[in-house]
Design a protein around this ligand. Structure first.
Ligand SMILES: Nc1ncnc2c1ncn2[C@@H]1O[C@H](COP(=O)(O)OP(=O)(O)OP(=O)(O)O)[C@@H](O)[C@H]1O
Length: 273
C-alpha cells in the first residue's frame, strides 16, 4: 500500500508544483493521474521514488517513509518500485533479454551485472515475462530493432523483473498510435491485476484513462481537485480539472483526430476496391 501525506514540492525557481497532496493507494489498484500541462503529474510521480526531492510530506510504502531515507537505504528501497517511461528508456544496443534482465540490477552483485551473468532463476523469470508480454520470439533481437509497442512491452517486462510492490508509469502511450496504446494499457492493467500490484499512471488521454483505470485522480496547479471512479468524470468535473477553454480545445482536438482517421480509412477502403 502507498500512502502520501501532505506531499509538497516547491522547485528552487519558486514554482509550487505540488501542494499538500494526501492520498492512499491500496494493493492492486490502478490509478490514472490526469490534469493539464504543468499541473504537477510528473512531479508527483517523481517525488514518490525521489527522482525529485519532496519539500515536505511523507511517502509511505508499507511502513517505510521513503521521503526520510538516506542514500544507501533509498537505493535499496527503490527496488520495490518499478518505473515505466514514455520513451521506454531501453538500452538500444542490448538485446531484449538483456534489457529485461537489467530489471534485476538492483539485486545482483556488481560483478555479475558487469559480466552480464545473471542467476539462472533470473533468466528463467525473464523468459516467463517475455512470454507474458508476447515477445518470447524476440528475446535475442536488439532493442533498436523493435517497434514502439514492442519496446514498451520490454519496458513493462523489465519493470516486472524487479518484482516491484508499486509501479510508477509516466505517459506510457504518449509515443504510440491509438490501437497500440489500447493494447499496452490492456497489458498493463492485466499484469497489475495478476500480481495485485498497485500502479500510478500519468496519462494525458482522458478517454483511455476512463476505459482502463479503476480510479482517477485529477490534479490542477499542484492540488488534487478530483478523486473518484472513471464514471464520475463528468463534463463539469473535467472543466474543474482542465478549465473550460482547455477542456473544450482538447475535445475539439479529439474530434478532429477522429474525423481525420475516418477520412484516412475511407480513402484506404476506396483504394482497396
Ligand atoms: N526541474 C524543474 N525546475 C523548476 N520548475 C519545474 C521543474 N519541473 C517542473 N517544474 C514546474 O513545476 C510545475 C509542474 O510540472 P510537472 O512537469 O510536474 O507538470 P505535469 O503535470 O507533469 O506537466 P506535463 O503534462 O506538461 O508533463 C510546472 O509549473 C513546471 O514548470
Amino acid at each position: 500500500m502507498l500512502k502520501l501525506e501532505g506531499l509538497s514540492k516547491t522547485y528552487k525557481t519558486g514554482d509550487a508544483a505540488l501542494s499538500d497532496v494526501t492520498l492512499t493507494i491500496p494493493k492492486g489498484q490502478i490509478v490514472g493521474l490526469i490534469g493539464p500541462s504543468g499541473a504537477g503529474k510528473s512531479t508527483l510521480i517523481r517525488c514518490i521514488n525521489r527522482l525529485v526531492e519532496p519539500t515536505a510530506g511523507k511517502v509511505l510504502l508499507g511502513d517505510i517513509n521513503l521521503a526520510r531515507l538516506g542514500k544507501t537505504e533509498l537505493r535499496r528501497q527503490r527496488r520495490r518500485i518499478g518505473m515505466i517511461f514514455q520513451e521506454y528508456a531501453l538500452v538500444e544496443r542490448l538485446t531484449v533479454m538483456e534489457n529485461v534482465l537489467s530489471g534485476r540490477l538492483g539485486y545482483v552483485p556488481f560483478w555479475r551485472s558487469f559480466l552480464r551473468r545473471y542467476p539462472g532463476r533470473d533468466v528463467q523469470q525473464a523468459y516467463r515475462l517475455l512470454d507474458r508480454v508476447g515477445l518470447m520470439h524476440q528475446a535475442d533481437k536488439r532493442a533498436d530493432a523493435l517497434s514502439g509497442g514492442q519496446r514498451q512491452r520490454v519496458g513493462i517486462a523489465r519493470a516486472l523483473a524487479q518484482e516491484p510492490e508499486l509501479l510508477l508509469v509516466d505517459e506510457p502511450t504518449a509515443s504510440l498510435d491509438p490501437k497500440t496504446s489500447r493494447q499496452i494499457m490492456r497489458l498493463l492493467t492485466e499484469v497489475c491485476a495478476e500480481r495485485d500490484l498497485p500502479a500510478i499512471v500519468n496519462i494525458h488521454d482522458v478517454p483511455l484513462a476512463q476505459q482502463f483505470m479503476q480510479r482517477i485522480i485529477g490534479l490542477r496547479a499542484g492540488s488534487v481537485v478530483f478523486d473518484g471512479a472513471p464514471s464520475e468524470l463528468t463534463e463539469s468535473v473535467l472543466t474543474t480539472i482542465y478549465g473550460a477553454e482547455d477542456w473544450h480545445a482538447m475535445r475539439r482536438g479529439d474530434e478532429e483526430q477522429s474525423e481525420a482517421e475516418a477520412d484516412a480509412r475511407d480513402r484506404m477502403a476506396a483504394l482497396a476496391e
